[in-house]
Design a protein around this ligand. Structure first.
Ligand code: FAD
Length: 391
C-alpha cells in the first residue's frame, strides 16, 4: 500500500527544534540559492569558472558574509542560523559555501577577532557587503596538516615588515582584494593583512581540479612584499591564532556538509520513485529502501549533532574537540551518502544532469580541508586518551 513520503529531515521532526527566526533565515537563503544559484551551478562546475565578484555581491546583499559576527556591517545572528545558511548554500554546491566560509569565518573572523580597530574599519564593512573579497593563507606546498612547518617568513625592516614565501590551495586567492597571511617571525607565527595589490604579491589560480570546481583555488606568492607595521594582526600570537579561525570555519562545515548530503538524498529518493526497473518502481525494492533508510538515519543523526553543537556554540561552551567530532562525523557520513546515492541513480548518477556526483567530488575537498578526517580523528583520540599521536 502506498502512502505520502516524508522528507528525510521530517522523519525526526528536526524543524521543531529551530526558532522561528532560524527557520526564516533558512527559508531566505534556500529561496535565493534555488532561484539564483542552482540554475547555473552545473555550468560553473563544468567550466571551472565562477562569476566571483557578482556572487560575492549577491551573498553580501543576502547578508550571509560574516553573518555571525557583531558590528562593522555584519548581521550578528546566532551560530545556528549561520550553520543553517551554510547548509542551504552547500545544498547547492560546496564551492559556494566555501566562498562564504572563507570570507566570513576565516578572513573576516581573523580581523574581527585579532585585528586592530583600523583594520576592522578598513575591511569588514566592504567584506560584509561583498564589495571586497578576502582569502586566508595558511597552507603551504610542504605544510598542510602541520602548519608549524610553514616557511613563509616576515622580517622587520625598520618599522616595516617584509614577507617572503608561498601559500598553496588558497580559496578565493586569485579574486581576493585582501589576504590574511600567516608567517613565521622572530616572535613566532603572526598574521598579516595583505592588500593583494601590494607590489610582490601574486595569486596564480590552480586549474585542473576535479573537486570544488565552482570555487577559485590559488597559490599565493609573496616576493619581498613590504607592509607597514600596522599590517600585523595585533591580537594573534602563535598557531592558536590561525587554528582558532579554522575552528570557526569547521563549525560551518558541520552544518554545510549535511546540505550536500540532503540534496543527494532528495535526488535519490525522487529518482528511485520515478525509475522503473524490472517492471516496478526502483523505490519499491527492499535493497533500495535499505539504502535510503540508512542514509536518512545518518542525515538525521548528523543534523541533531550539528544542532547540539550549534546550541553549545551559542551558549559559548563549544570546545575544539567537539567541533572535530562534528566535522569528522558529518563530512564522513555526507560523502558516504553522496556515493551511495550515486549508485541509486545508476549511469545517470555520473553526469552533471544530476547534482550527486558533483556533490560527491566536492566533498572530497571538504574531507581534506579545515583539518583532514585523519587529523580530526587524532584530535578526538587525544581528547579520549590524553596522548597526542600527531607526531
Ligand atoms: P598533508 O598534510 O600532506 O596530508 C596528507 C595525508 O596525510 C592526509 O590524509 C592526512 O590526513 C595525513 N596525515 C597528516 N598528518 C598525519 C598524521 N599525523 N597521522 C596520520 N596521517 C596524517 N588552506 C588554506 O590555508 N586556506 C584555504 O583557503 C584553503 N582552501 C583549500 C581549498 C581546497 C579545494 C583544498 C583541497 C584545500 C584547501 N586548503 C586551504 C588546504 C587544506 O587545508 C590542506 O590541503 C589540508 O590541511 C591538508 O594538507 P595537505 O593537503 O598538505 O595534506
Amino acid at each position: 500500500m502506498k502512502s505520502s513520503p516524508v522528507h528525510p529531515f521530517d522523519l525526526l521532526a528536526v524543524d521543531g527544534l529551530l526558532t522561528e527566526e532560524e527557520r526564516e533565515i533558512r527559508r531566505t537563503v534556500r529561496t535565493m540559492g534555488e532561484r539564483e544559484l542552482r540554475p547555473y551551478v552545473a555550468e560553473w562546475f563544468e567550466s571551472g569558472e565562477i562569476p566571483a565578484r557578482e556572487l560575492a555581491r549577491k551573498l553580501g546583499e543576502l547578508g550571509v558574509l560574516g553573518m555571525h559576527l557583531e558590528g562593522y556591517g555584519c548581521a550578528g545572528t546566532s551560530a545556528v542560523s549561520y550553520g543553517l545558511a551554510c547548509l542551504e548554500l552547500e545544498a547547492v554546491d560546496s564551492g559556494l559555501r566555501s566562498l562564504v566560509s572563507v570570507q566570513g569565518s576565516l578572513a573576516m573572523y581573523a580581523m574581527w577577532q585579532h585585528g586592530s580597530e583600523e583594520q576592522k574599519r578598513e575591511w569588514l564593512p566592504g567584506m560584509a557587503a561583498g564589495e571586497k573579497i578576502g582569502c586566508f593563507g595558511l597552507t603551504e606546498p610542504d605544510a598542510g596538516s602541520d602548519p608549524g612547518a610553514m616557511r613563509t617568513a616576515a622580517k622587520r625592516d625598520g618599522s616595516d615588515w617584509v614577507l617572503n614565501g608561498t601559500k598553496m590551495w588558497i580559496t578565493n586567492g586569485s579574486v581576493a582584494d585582501v589576504a590574511v597571511v600567516w608567517a613565521r617571525t622572530d616572535d613566532g607565527v603572526r598574521g598579516f593583512v595583505v592588500p593583494t595589490d601590494s607590489p610582490g604579491f601574486s595569486a596564480p589560480e590552480i586549474k585542473r581540479k576535479l573537486s570544488l570546481r565552482a570555487s577559485v583555488t590559488s597559490e599565493l606568492v609573496l616576493e619581498d612584499v613590504r607592509l607597514p607595521a600596522g599590517a600585523m594582526l595585533p591580537g594573534a600570537r602563535g598557531l592558536s591564532g590561525p587554528l582558532g579561525c579554522l575552528n570557526e570555519a569547521r563549525f560551518g562545515i558541520v552544518f554545510g556538509s549535511l546540505g550536500a548530503a540532503r540534496d543527494c538524498l532528495e535526488t535519490a529518493i525522487s529518482y528511485a520513485r520515478d525509475r522503473t526497473v524490472f517492471g516496478r518502481s526502483l523505490a519499491s525494492y527492499q535493497l533500495t529502501q535499505q539504502k535510503l533508510a540508512d542514509m536518512a538515519l545518518e542525515l538525521g543523526k548528523g543534523m541533531l549533532l550539528a544542532l547540539h553543537l550549534g546550541r553549545l556554540k551559542d551558549a559559548g561552551e563549544l570546545s575544539a574537540e567537539q567541533v572535530s567530532v562534528g566535522k569528522l562525523n558529518n563530512v564522513r557520513e555526507a560523502i558516504e551518502i553522496a556515493r551511495q546515492c550515486r549508485t541509486v541513480l545508476g549511469a545517470n548518477g555520473v553526469t552533471l544532469e544530476y547534482p550527486v556526483m558533483r556533490h560527491a567530488n566536492n566533498l572530497e575537498s571538504v574531507l581534506t580541508y579545515e583539518g583532514t578526517s585523519e587529523v580530526h580523528t587524532l584530535v578526538v583520540g587525544k581528547a579520549l586518551t590524553g596522548e597526542a599521536a600527531f607526531r
